[in-house]
Design a protein around this ligand. Structure first.
Ligand code: A3P
Length: 288
């Protein structure tokens, strides 16, 4: 996957979007507040979906913020260069996003009472989603060779490095009361049930009607139609949606339309080997 990048502790960052300084600040100086909520993901795992859900929960289903502020400003990725200014203007409780792996996450988090929601997705669908994403985001060279892209992903030569290391790192937090993990596939299968689980974890009391509103405004259809959530507010020279949609398909299992049988078997073999010490039965392993 070709893009102008630099590496910090094994992670590939995007030059310009991130800087050595912003990444170092995020890890060593950024002050996590006790009532912060962090939306952490490996890219293309459902980050924006979770931004929508967490902000709607925060506002008890009131859509006025989600329909007036672009999604990428509602919960900025705190490790980016642009985030500092946006975060300085935010009121608590803050919902912030991050793609950082555990080993470079804000040190101040570990002394805080802040919470993390970690969203994961079947890596084969991440590969597909990211492959298409390279065609619309100008900082990437559009990927053409899908097989090479699978290998780049396996080697950690994509943005934010190795998915395997990302997941393995964050899964060491799975029994911490400040940490909740959810999968994209569960969100698809039972969005309401996941919203209820999230509310409980966050200590947010929403009544049934408010939960219904959270669900209503965070479906794929609602977000695709919401100009503040479908990334259409991003300038076309940064994100060219004439070449493809940010809200592309929003399904599980699209990998079946992209991987050959041989590519799928090859990936599965490597997945099994790399994930053998992770004692979690991921939802996508049961459903695809
Ligand atoms: P596809 O490219 O497979 O359609 P991220 O936000 O981490 O970049 O992830 C983007 C992926 O999440 C895209 O997947 C996008 O369509 C999907 N997505 C975003 N909002 C969604 C929603 N409400 N429901 C289902 N999928 C959603």
């Amino acid at each position: 996957m070709a893009f102008n990048h630099f590496e910090v502790k094994g992670t590939r960052f995007i030059k310009g979007v991130h800087s050595g300084e912003s990444v170092d600040y995020a890890e060593n100086e950024f002050q996590v507040l006790n009532d912060d909520v962090y939306n952490v993901t490996f890219p293309k795992s459902g980050t924006n979906w979770m931004i929508e859900i967490l902000n709607l929960i925060k506002h008890k289903g009131d859509v006025s913020k989600s329909s007036s502020v672009p999604i990428f400003e509602r919960s900025p990725w705190y490790e980016t260069v642009a985030a500092k200014e946006l975060i300085n203007k935010m009121e608590s409780p803050r919902v912030l996003s991050s793609h950082l792996p555990l080993h470079t996450f804000a040190k101040s988090f570990f002394k805080s009472k802040a919470k993390i929601v970690y969203t994961m997705r079947n890596p084969k669908d991440i590969i597909v989603s990211m492959f298409h994403f390279t065609k619309i985001l100008s900082i990437f060279e559009a990927a053409e060779d899908f097989e090479k892209f699978i290998d780049d992903f396996i080697q950690g030569q994509v943005l934010f490095g190795s998915w395997f290391e990302h997941v393995k790192g964050w899964m060491t937090m799975k029994d911490d009361s400040r940490f909740l993990f959810v999968t994209y596939e569960e969100l698809l299968q039972d969005l309401r049930g996941c919203v209820v689980r999230l509310c409980k974890f966050l200590g947010q009391e929403l009544d049934d009607a408010q939960i219904d509103l959270v669900v209503k405004y965070s479906t794929f259809k609602s977000m695709k139609e919401n100009i503040m959530s479908n990334w259409s507010q991003m300038p076309a020279d940064v994100l060219d949606q004439t070449k493809g949609s940010f809200m592309r398909k929003g399904v599980a299992g699209d990998w079946k339309n992209h991987f050959t049988v041989a590519q799928s078997e090859y990936f599965d073999k490597i997945y099994k080997e790399k994930m053998k010490d992770v004692n979690v039965n991921f939802f996508w392993e049961q459903t695809s």
